[in-house]
Design a protein around this ligand. Structure first.
Ligand SMILES: [Zn+2]
Length: 185
């Protein structure tokens, strides 16, 4: 089952949708086909058409949603790299690390080194970490453990929805001309 890259009216990518959704949008005339998958066709009782690979919205849509706070999205934000040593061990063995440990939380919040008070289990306090860094850091802050974060973790914005989705997958060839940057693996 091949997914479809959804472009905005200005051809900036806004999402990845399943083919059923893309066909629904096509039948409603809300999108137009930009590229198809060579040699692939969709046949259903109601339609028969070349399999769309890239479609664009007829009307410009504002970005509304932000990436949800999930394990895979934290990994995507951090480019699947351990935020302490920079290793890229693969998402199946990557772990989530609470920068300020959960044991330090008061009413579900922690105080960062910067002085900001943030949710213990949220974008500002959770990073991707390899097992060995997570293990050696243990229930300590980075400074207590003598470790340094490579980047300051932040909540992503609406424009990151598509970037994260692309980092979670290998983008098909017909999408390449429309992608903002080479899709990261
Ligand atoms: Zn590491």
């Amino acid at each position: 089952m091949r997914d479809v890259l959804l472009l905005n009216a200005d051809f900036a990518p806004v999402g990845i949708v399943q083919w059923e959704r893309a066909v629904g949008l096509l039948l409603d005339r809300r999108v137009r086909v930009v590229e198809t998958y060579p040699g692939a066709e969709i046949h259903s009782p109601s339609v028969s058409l070349d399999w769309p690979a890239v479609v664009h919205l007829v009307r410009y849509a504002r970005h509304r949603t932000r990436p949800s706070f999930t394990r895979r999205n934290v990994f995507a934000r951090d480019a699947n790299r351990c935020q302490y040593c920079g290793d890229k061990p693969g998402i199946s063995v990557l772990t989530l690390d609470h920068v300020v440990p959960r044991a330090h939380a008061v009413n579900g919040t922690v105080r960062l080194a910067s002085g900001r008070v943030v949710p213990v289990h949220g974008w500002d306090n959770v990073v991707a970490s390899c097992r060995s860094c997570n293990f050696s850091k243990a229930a300590r802050t980075p400074s207590q453990a003598g470790m340094t974060l490579r980047t300051i973790p932040k909540a992503p914005g609406p424009q990151d929805v598509i970037r994260f989705a692309l980092r979670r997958m290998e983008a098909p060839d017909p999408w390449q001309p429309f992608l903002p940057e080479p899709a990261l693996s």
